[in-house]
Design a protein. Structure first.
Length: 326
């Protein structure tokens, strides 16, 4: 009986040990999930910092430059120029349609010039240029690219040039900011200067800085215009130019036309000569009258009769006739 009682005690002791071990293991398992959120806090902080650095450039007015994040960049300032060439049936009609569409799609678009060059009867080469908003530029470019195929023409050229002006834009903004700071510093020095020489020196420096500010502001304004509006140039040429009719040889109509044209030219030349003659008659008529009077005076018979006749000249030497008998 004592052996059985001891065996029961060991069984109870093992069960209690197993329960205690299970409770200990359960406690360790519950502590691990508690520690994992505390470990995740630094990671979430880094993630929030990165997301904040990425979103800051979008909030910055005017954009500009590379952010603190290694993979995040600010807005890019580009200048685009598009040259499009088309061959169409009626260049004048096409020019009117394109101009009307662009001005309707972009009310702020401006035309920078339209040139018509005649190449034959009712056929013209037309070149036109527009300045369109950068936000509407893709729509205009797609319209011009698809226009020839929809109008039974063909696209002869499509060239888009892109110039990155980001560095120039940011440098100009930074330079303008530094110049304004220099201007404020010089104004502060001017307000505290007492010696006349110091005032003149500061005033000269202030004048130079103000001139640089005006030049930099003008350059920045030009950049703003170039990145806000893109230039689009369009060249139109007729797709079919009728060749001149071949010469058919001898033609009565052509001969009559040439003869009439020659007679008309001769009449015009004769009329021009008479007009010139009439204009110079104030010199020609008196000169002709004087010459006629001189000629008539020289050939007057009464004048010739009144002139004394010359006496015959007698020689004192009489030649001896030769001797025929000798």
């Amino acid at each position: 009986m004592q052996y059985i009682h001891i065996h029961k005690k060991w069984r109870i002791f093992c069960l209690v040990g197993i329960v205690v071990l299970a409770v200990f293991l359960a406690g360790c398992g519950g502590a691990a999930p508690t520690a994992s959120p505390s470990m995740a806090v630094p990671n979430s902080g880094v993630s929030n910092a990165n997301s904040g650095a990425t979103s800051n450039p979008a909030k910055a007015p005017g954009g500009g430059g590379q952010t603190t994040g290694s993979t995040s960049f600010g807005p890019q300032y580009v200048i685009k120029t598009l040259n499009v060439g088309m061959a169409v049936k009626d260049t004048r009609k096409t020019a009117d349609e394109i101009q009307a569409w662009i001005t309707t799609a972009d009310p702020q678009a401006t035309s920078t010039g339209i040139n018509y060059t005649p190449i034959s009867d009712n056929f013209y080469n037309i070149s036109m240029s527009f300045s369109v908003q950068a936000t509407l530029y893709p729509q205009v470019a797609n319209y011009l690219k698809d226009y020839p195929s929809k109008q039974q023409g063909r696209l002869t050229g499509y060239n888009e040039s892109v110039q990155d002006a980001t560095n120039d834009y940011i440098d100009t903004q930074s330079r303008l900011k530094n110049l304004h700071a220099e201007q404020d510093r010089l104004l502060d020095l001017m307000s505290h200067a007492q010696a006349l020489g110091d005032v003149m020196t500061i005033n000269q420096s202030l004048t130079d800085v103000e001139g640089q500010i005006e030049s930099t502001e003008a350059h920045l304004k030009a950049l703003n215009g170039q990145v806000a509006f893109y230039n689009v140039s369009i060249s139109l040429q007729p797709i079919d130019v009728a060749p001149p009719p071949p010469s058919s040889g001898w033609s009565v109509t052509q001969i009559f036309h040439d003869a009439f044209a020659a007679s008309l030219a001769f009449g015009q030349a004769l009329l021009a000569f008479l007009i010139w003659l009439l204009a110079f008659s104030i010199y020609i008529i008196p000169a002709t009258l004087i010459l006629w009077l001189v000629f008539r005076w020289k050939n007057n018979p009464y004048r010739a009769a009144s002139l004394p006749k010359p006496n015959p000249v007698s020689s004192a030497y009489t030649p001896t006739p030769p001797d025929v008998h000798a």
